[in-house]
Each structure stands twice: as structure tokens, then as C-alpha cells.
Design a protein around this ligand. Structure first.
Ligand SMILES: [Zn+2]
Length: 197
């Protein structure tokens, strides 16, 4: 597949084709919280639900992070327990309608159809559930809500993104998908995915 396009920010929840059953599965980005004191690193390394991550910045300094997968372990206020001084469980919480706060393409997948649940390295938009091929390019939407908006937008004659949710996303749809010829096949394929899920 050529001509993949991508832009930021990404919502923290996406609809993926399940790696196991190809049904609609939920992807959720991990949450990365900076570990401020190096002395706290061993505590975070030992925590059963947190993952320690040590990237190097452009100056060669190491940064320390504690990664959490809300898609696997739920509300951190319930699951993390007592934290070292200076940290609050809320820091690992994902806002309900938020965007990814980091550049990591990692998170978790859980599938309501086959119960598949695992950590997952995101391959976007190749594995988007709402992905529709057209003339060598892939038209995609983040999730059901943006796919509905995309379907209605493509079907409309005015093509004004202003009246829809996810208008920032709609404003970035590449022009080949917005041609008159593309309208029928694309809206039909999107509708099929929307009806199936
Ligand atoms: Zn599945």
C-alpha cells in the first residue's frame, strides 16, 4: 500500500482490526510519566503493572519513564496502589477524550469479539479497522465516531467539514478521496464497515 498519510495529534483510542479475529478491536495508547528522581527508578522497575523505559534524548542524557497500559489494567487509581512520595496515580490516567501525550506508537489491544488482549506496537494506518483502499491509497478513520463523520462528509454535496465532529481530521483528507468518482465506492465500503461493527 503506497501513499500512507498520517498526522497529529492522535486520539488515545483507535479502532483496529483485531490481530486474532479481524473484528473491531480497541487500541489504547500507553501513558508515559516521567520519573523525576533517579533514586525512585528501582521502585518503578519492580512494580508489576508499570514498565520502565529509558530513552536517550538528543544531548545523550537518559530520561526515565514509567509506562502504564490503561487498556489492560484500567483505572490507575484502583490498580497502582501506594506510590513513592511526589507521585500521584492520576498522572497515569488517560483523559476520556484526550490525545496521545507522547510519540510512542505503543499501547494495548483488547477485542470484545474474541477476548484477545495484549500489548501492541501500533502499525498505523495499515491496521486501522476503518480503512478503505482506493486507487492504491488507504482512506482511514480513527474509530467509529470519526468514520461516521467521514462517511457523512463524503456523502454530502457541500463538503464543508465545519458541521461535523472531528472536523480537524476531515480537513486533512487527501483530495483523491474527495473526487466525485470516489464518493460512491468509498461511502459504500465505509457503510459496510460501520454496519458490521
Ligand atoms: Zn478479536
Amino acid at each position: 500500500m503506497t501513499g500512507l498519510y498520517q498526522y497529529h495529534p492522535m486520539p488515545h483510542q483507535l479502532a483496529l482490526a483485531c490481530p486474532q479475529c479481524a473484528g473491531q478491536a480497541d487500541f489504547e495508547f500507553l501513558v508515559a510519566v516521567s520519573i523525576e528522581r533517579k533514586a525512585d527508578v528501582p521502585w518503578f522497575q519492580a512494580h508489576p503493572l508499570l514498565e520502565y523505559w529509558r530513552p536517550q534524548d538528543s544531548c545523550g542524557h537518559y530520561r526515565h519513564y514509567a509506562l502504564y497500559y490503561p487498556g489492560l489494567h484500567g483505572d490507575p487509581l484502583q490498580s497502582l496502589g501506594q506510590l513513592p512520595e511526589g507521585y500521584r496515580a492520576e498522572q497515569w490516567r488517560q483523559p476520556r477524550h484526550g490525545y496521545r501525550q507522547h510519540s510512542l506508537d505503543h499501547g494495548s489491544v483488547s477485542c470484545p469479539h474474541c477476548d484477545y488482549q495484549a500489548r501492541h506496537a501500533l502499525n498505523w494506518p495499515t491496521e486501522a479497522y476503518y480503512g478503505v483502499p482506493y486507487r492504491g491509497q488507504l482512506l482511514w478513520a480513527y474509530h467509529r465516531e470519526s468514520a461516521l463523520a467521514l462517511h457523512d462528509y463524503l456523502l454530502s454535496t457541500r463538503r464543508d467539514p465545519g458541521g461535523y465532529p472531528w472536523q480537524h481530521f476531515l480537513r486533512h483528507i487527501p483530495s483523491p478521496f474527495k473526487s466525485r468518482k470516489a464518493r460512491e465506492p468509498l461511502t459504500r465500503l465505509l457503510k459496510r464497515l460501520l454496519n458490521r461493527a
